[in-house]
Design a protein around this ligand. Structure first.
Ligand SMILES: Cc1cc2nc3c(=O)[nH]c(=O)nc-3n(C[C@H](O)[C@H](O)[C@H](O)COP(=O)(O)O)c2cc1C
Length: 184
């Protein structure tokens, strides 16, 4: 199963991006997690250029969403909200609909980011994604200075991430078996 992961942070040493890289490394071989790398390339959303096809960077983003079975987010909180770069990316697919019915999960590198989590939940709900609540996973990385390898090597953190990923893929597989039932 191919999963797209989107970090809301553009920082080179982002704890949220490190979390997603750790998750990708922990994924079993039947699942691939690709970290979206184009957040900073997306132009500021403008309905006047929200066309089909849209700007190249937007089309690449839309294609990566279409190619994924599910999307995992991990975002910091900025000023009690979601970083503008992440909200901007989401605005680009409100009209085109790549996230409609898409299973999504919210991971989180800081238990303090409650406003961002609530805001992202609201946005993803109104965009008609399928939020897999039980897969949502919060770990504490703030101030710990851990890279992806360090996160994956920590038994408690890796256990929490693996459990979240398993809940996510299980929910997607259950949905797929309902949508595509096998022979009677
Ligand atoms: C401009 C700015 C605003 C922030 N606002 C909040 C906030 O409202 N609440 C909070 O808990 N943390 C806030 N933070 C702290 C970040 O959420 C925190 O440093 C986070 O771990 C950064 O994530 P990253 O390591 O993935 O970049 C803010 C940081 C910045 C730079």
């Amino acid at each position: 199963m191919h999963i797209l992961a989107i970090s809301g942070s553009l920082r080179a040493v982002s704890s949220n991006t490190n979390l997603l890289h750790a998750l990708a490394g922990l994924a079993p071989s039947n699942h691939t997690i690709h970290i979206f790398g184009g957040l900073a390339d997306l132009p500021a959303f403008n309905p006047d250029i929200d066309t089909a096809p849209g700007p190249d960077a937007v089309e690449r983003f839309r294609e990566e969403l279409r190619a994924s079975r599910g999307v995992i987010f991990s975002t910091p909180e900025y000023a009690h909200g979601v970083p503008g770069s992440l909200k901007n990316a989401l605005d680009w697919v409100v009209g085109s609909g790549e996230l409609v019915d898409k299973p999504v999960a919210m991971f989180n590198a800081s238990p303090r980011s409650t406003y961002a989590l609530a805001s992202l939940t609201e946005t993803l709900s109104v965009m008609s994604t399928r939020i897999i609540t039980e897969a949502g996973t919060t770990i504490q990385l703030m101030g710990r200075n851990l890279d992806a390898e360090g996160i994956a090597a920590d038994p408690e953190l890796s256990r929490a991430l693996t459990a979240g990923l398993e809940a996510f893929t299980r929910a997607i597989e259950a949905q797929m078996s309902i949508a595509e039932p096998g022979p009677p």
